[in-house]
Ligand binder design. Structure first.
Ligand SMILES: *Cc1c(COP(=O)(O)O)cnc(C)c1O
Length: 371
């Protein structure tokens, strides 16, 4: 029996409760609970500024935002995507009656490999849905070039990429649309929440109609929309979280740096993707357990559990392994050797603003074999 306090892969960041009360008092005063109320509007404006984007449409969660993004661009047929992600990426395609086509990933970035996209294109292909896995930017220029050559749309699942910058500003400005998640487990959370980033006001308007049943005004419905709206409570939490986000990211950065330093000389452990100069968000801390490490990935996972450390095997199993995808021709492990290997070797270590130095040392000691 191990009596050490359990450490989970993440712990949601919560602002001081007393700071939230004034926001709630405002809601109780004006009795506006949802439907694009004042906090909803304020949060959209504040996020555009913070993220460096033109237009944003808030959602009740990231999955509804993905489903609606595909609707907004009228995507049909086949969409090329990555098997190495959270299952919601591909589920959003199935919810739209679109066939996911899985292409393999790059062994270093673990993002969709642009050189594998082209081979997966068929006459039915209408779009590419890449994921900025762990918040590390995709090769956005190479992907855009393919999209331009074949006249395809690009919708980024940017659920991990809040605040991430690339060579030309916010990574969220690439592609036709980008989708964020503000789920409790994400870097920036509104308990549940999400958003679509879009480049122009006309697209935002269409998205705003689609997330509100298709209503344009009291008597006009222009599309079979859904109810995807973020409530005023969630928007208020978002406004407050935004005041603390830089501090939270700084703590994450310190934890990231300490892991990299402490694990650098552990044979068989490879830290994925040193973000280096680029502005990363330190959302996850994935390591690869390679053949030269004394334990395999699952053995290390269980050893950590014995020490009450609950790391997670993101992303295992691959999306293409789940029953609703297994029948697809693109879903075989022969077709996805790099993703299959990554799914066997990866483990995400705990990282969150309140992880103490002592707790982090407990994790490092188990991996470095001192315990
Ligand atoms: C979290 C996540 C989603 C879904 O977001 P929700 O807000 O939980 O619906 C989609 N894609 C990826 C890659 C995610 O990590």
């Amino acid at each position: 029996m191990n009596n050490d306090k359990p450490i989970y892969v993440t712990q949601p960041y919560l602002p001081p409760l007393e700071e939230l009360i004034p926001y709630f008092e405002k809601i109780w005063d004006n009795k506006i609970l949802t439907n694009g109320g004042p906090f909803h509007q304020q949060l959209e404006k504040a996020l555009c500024e913070y993220l460096g984007v033109e237009h944003i449409a808030l959602f009740a969660n990231g999955t509804l935002a993905l489903v609606t993004a595909l609707q907004a661009l009228r995507i049909t047929g086949e969409v090329i995507t990555t098997p190495y992600s959270f299952v919601a990426t591909a589920h959003s395609l199935l919810w739209n009656g679109i066939k996911p086509v899985f292409a393999d990933i790059d062994p270093n970035t673990l993002n969709l490999d642009p050189s594998k996209i082209e081979a997966a294109i068929t006459p039915q292909t209408t779009a590419i849905m890449p994921v900025h896995v762990y918040g590390h930017p995709c090769d956005v220029d190479a992907i855009q070039k393919i999209a331009d050559n074949y006249n395809l749309r690009v919708i980024y699942d940017a659920a991990h990429a809040f605040g991430v910058k690339c060579h030309c500003g916010s990574v969220l400005n690439h592609g036709d649309l980008s989708v964020l998640s503000f789920h409790a487990t994400k870097v920036f959370n509104t308990f549940e929440g999400g958003a679509i980033i879009c480049p122009d006001a006309k697209t935002k308007q269409r998205i705003d109609h689609l997330k509100n049943f298709g209503f344009v005004d009291e008597v006009t419905v222009v599309a079979p929309g859904i109810n995807g709206k973020m409530s005023e409570l969630n928007a208020a939490i978002g406004l407050l979280q935004l005041q603390h986000i830089d501090e939270a990211l700084k703590h994450r950065q310190e934890i990231d740096a300490h892991y990299r330093e402490a694990l650098a000389n552990v044979k068989g452990i490879r830290c994925v993707n040193d973000a280096g100069e680029q502005a990363a968000n330190y959302a996850y801390f994935p390591i690869m357990v390679e053949d030269t490490y004394p334990l395999n990935r699952d053995e290390l996972y269980l050893k950590l559990r014995e020490h009450n450390i609950f790391a997670r095997r993101y992303f295992y199993p691959l999306i293409s392994e789940f029953p609703m995808y297994r029948g697809l021709r693109s879903a075989t492990s022969d077709n996805l050797p790099i993703a299959s290997k990554a799914a066997q070797q990866v483990i995400c270590l705990p990282i969150y603003p309140n992880l103490s130095h002592h707790e982090q040392q407990r994790i490092i000691n188990v991996i470095a074999g001192e315990k």
